[in-house]
Design a protein around this ligand. Structure first.
Ligand SMILES: C[S@@+](CC[C@H](N)C(=O)[O-])C[C@H]1O[C@@H](n2cnc3c(N)ncnc32)[C@H](O)[C@@H]1O
Length: 213
């Protein structure tokens, strides 16, 4: 793990601190995570594909409007685009990370400076057929209750796809929050796989739900 990857895990969820941290990391981010065999973006794309299959949405991937929430420099967007999901919008807290994502040329639009857990994201609520959230439900980033904000970016009946890791499950009430949202019917589970590739030295869980508002 590089020093920046280690430091990212020790953030405390403070939005201004997160923004500054990722603004500063934007130039080196791809080299740092790429050098660690970053398998997560492809896994997010294949989890979305599995969820679409479960719902029987059919084969035209370009028709599905996707918001990549916490898009960072656009690595998840790139994986989605390569898999044929081209109707992509990226949104991130950090302007510098979002600029890198825009330069990648795989998103139709990219917005930086947006805290997705706040009213700053209200214009995006209900706007997506599917929402991808890769690497954001991470220790020191957003709490499990942010699932509600992320889910609200999708239309009712849409899909929410999320990655997590064991450290996050241990250090937060992830499983409790998921159980609550599933039992209330706000999230209906479509896919969950565990111990899948994440970084070269860590595995992750991948989740997809149908969202009901
Ligand atoms: C580990 S990076 C993952 C980036 C990208 N999805 C990837 O897979 O490479 C986490 C990203 O989440 C963003 N982020 C953290 N909290 C956020 C929030 N409240 N609203 C929007 N973005 C947020 C950060 O700015 C950062 O770009």
């Amino acid at each position: 793990m590089t020093e920046s990857m280690h430091d990212a895990m020790s953030l405390d969820g403070d939005v201004d601190r997160l923004r500054r941290f990722y603004d500063d990391w934007a130039d080196g981010y791809d080299a740092d995570v790429g050098s660690h065999g970053y398998g997560m973006p492809d896994m997010v794309a294949s989890t979305l594909a599995d969820a679409v299959d479960v719902l029987g949405w059919g084969g035209d991937r370009t028709a599905i409007a996707i918001v990549d929430a916490g898009c960072g420099t656009g690595l998840v967007g790139e994986a989605l685009h390569s898999a044929g999901w081209t109707n992509l919008r990226g949104v991130d807290l950090s302007e510098e990370m979002a600029e890198k994502a825009a330069a990648r040329g795989v998103y139709r639009a990219v917005e930086g400076g947006v805290d997705l857990t706040s009213s700053a994201a209200d214009h995006l609520r209900g706007s997506a057929d599917a929402v991808t959230v890769g690497g954001v439900f991470t220790v020191g980033h957003v709490p499990p209750t942010a699932l509600v904000s992320m889910a609200s970016l999708a239309r009712s009946g849409g899909i929410l796809t999320v990655s997590t890791r064991d450290a996050y499950h241990r250090e937060t009430d992830w499983h409790g929050v998921v159980a609550e949202l599933e039992s209330s019917g706000q999230l209906q589970r479509l896919v969950h796989t565990a111990n899948e590739p994440y970084t070269m030295d860590s595995t992750g869980d991948y989740w997809a739900w149908q969202v009901n508002h």
